[in-house]
Design a protein around this ligand. Structure first.
Ligand SMILES: Cc1cc2nc3c(=O)[nH]c(=O)nc-3n(C[C@H](O)[C@H](O)[C@H](O)COP(=O)(O)OP(=O)(O)OC[C@H]3O[C@@H](n4cnc5c(N)ncnc54)[C@H](O)[C@@H]3O)c2cc1C
Length: 397
């Protein structure tokens, strides 16, 4: 039962994929995870290997360079990586959900042609700049502006967006292989005074775009996260991603979907803690017997297993609904809520089972303990998930 991803809802291909990524995680990622965490840098060499395995292309069709699999497959890969390293898992999760998906879904033929080949193959990473100092949970409160300046050429297509503002906590925005950042910005005011929000593609290295120093984070040390400043950033008019004024609707969809893969990530973290704790409970002898022989320890492990199983069923249900074109918004929030709480609880319980050794950074459960906190914050806090679920119940929350 432990480590069992062979849900009856999975196809043979999906089970095989899950197994392949688990082996990659165990053989390649896990042995170096402590070193990456200490060095606090994203190992691009590992990202390249993930690219070669086709992980960034999983949910995309073959005609854009993808693997022709589906969103469930992506979630399985994210879960398998998160067992051993949440930072590597979130690099894939955000790289696909925030970096590639908006361009795949809303991009013009020219935008797809320019950006997708490198992103889908893992040769490049994309980022999504939504959050600002005053716009996190209330993402619609974006202050960054983009003004359309018409060119002198006289053509309707002539012109540039001039972007000013700042963003914070942007994953994958400052890696050596980051190629593009999708920025949300206010492009006008509607007649009723509300902001017209749009999304615009800003290539890395565009003059006026400053990628700030990496944050000194509690966890996810290997994942790349930066603040961004945009001062008079000029990009062609054609860099508008999707319809002008549809930015809010588009990023809400991206976030809803992303929460499912994020929930798979949290499930993987909870699973990793369980596996480590089970192993240690069998090995560690205290008072002349293995600590797992104590009913309290065994019950703790049983509870950890129950949390993992419930979390996995939640993300799988939401992902299956997404794949089959059914509404999934509330289910995605239930999955994110359940799995984030499972990861936090399992990290705490696993650390306790390891005793003093659980307090050493070299121990994977100690890293999971630090890393798990952000699972209750990123891609919508626990309270935002409760808000969405309460609204689904008909409350004005
Ligand atoms: C490591 C990391 C990576 C990230 N990556 C990205 C990224 O790639 N792109 C991106 O755009 N953003 C990213 N984020 C930002 C993340 O999505 C936000 O931090 C998150 O949405 C919360 O926003 P905030 O930090 O501004 O908190 P706030 O919105 O300021 O919330 C503070 C607290 O108030 C609570 N709260 C707020 N409103 C309510 C309410 N109405 N009812 C009850 N409670 C409420 C919140 O739940 C929270 O507990 C990342 C964050 C981190 C830490």
């Amino acid at each position: 039962m432990i480590a069992d991803t062979s849900s009856t809802a999975l196809t043979d291909r999906q089970r095989k994929l899950s197994q392949t990524v688990r082996e990659f995680a165990d053989d390649v990622v896990a042995p170096a995870a402590y070193r990456y965490d200490t060095e606090r840098r994203l190992p691009v060499e590992i990202i390249a290997q993930m690219g070669e395995l086709g992980l960034f292309g999983l949910p995309f069709p073959v005609d854009v360079g993808g693997q022709g699999e589906d969103y469930v497959s992506l979630c399985l890969a994210v879960e398998a990586l998160a067992r051993v390293d949440q930072s590597i898992a979130v690099t894939l999760e955000a790289g696909v959900g925030l970096g590639i998906m908006p361009i795949y879904r809303h991009g013009t033929a020219a935008q797809r042609e320019r950006w997708l080949p490198d992103l889908v193959s893992g040769r490049a990473l994309g980022a999504f700049g939504l959050t600002e100092a005053g716009a996190g949970s209330d993402a619609g409160a974006t202050r960054t502006t983009a003004r359309l300046e018409h060119g002198t050429g006289g053509s309707a297509d002539d012109g540039e967006w001039v972007i000013d503002g700042s963003k914070q906590f942007i994953t994958n925005s400052g890696t050596p292989i980051t190629s593009v950042i999708t920025i949300t910005a206010v492009t006008d005011r509607r007649e009723d005074g509300t902001p017209e929000l749009s999304t615009i593609l800003v290539p890395s290295g565009t003059p006026g775009l400053t990628v700030g120093e990496s944050y000194d984070k509690v966890g996810w040390h290997t994942s790349d996260t930066h603040p961004l400043t945009l001062e008079g950033v000029r990009v062609p008019k054609d860099n508008l991603l999707g319809e002008r004024g549809r930015g809010y609707a588009n990023f809400l969809r991206a976030l809803d979907e992303g929460r499912i893969a994020f929930a798979a990530l949290a499930t993987g973290a909870a699973q990793g803690c369980l596996e480590e704790a089970v192993r240690y409970a069998r090995e560690r002898e205290v008072f002349g017997h293995a600590i797992g022989a104590n009913q309290h320890v065994a019950f703790t492990l049983a509870r950890m297993q129950a949390r993992v199983h419930a979390a996995r069923l939640c993300w799988l249900d939401a992902a299956q609904k997404l794949v089959h074109g059914k509404p999934f918004k509330a289910e995605a929030s239930v999955a994110k809520l359940t799995s984030g709480e499972a990861a936090m609880a399992n990290a705490r319980d696993a650390s306790q089972i390891f005793g003093g050794y659980g307090f050493l950074n070299e121990n994977p459960v100690a890293r999971h303990y630090r890393d798990a906190k952000v699972l209750e914050v990123g891609e919508g806090t626990t309270e935002v998930q409760l808000m969405i679920i309460a609204r689904d119940l008909g409350f004005a929350a």
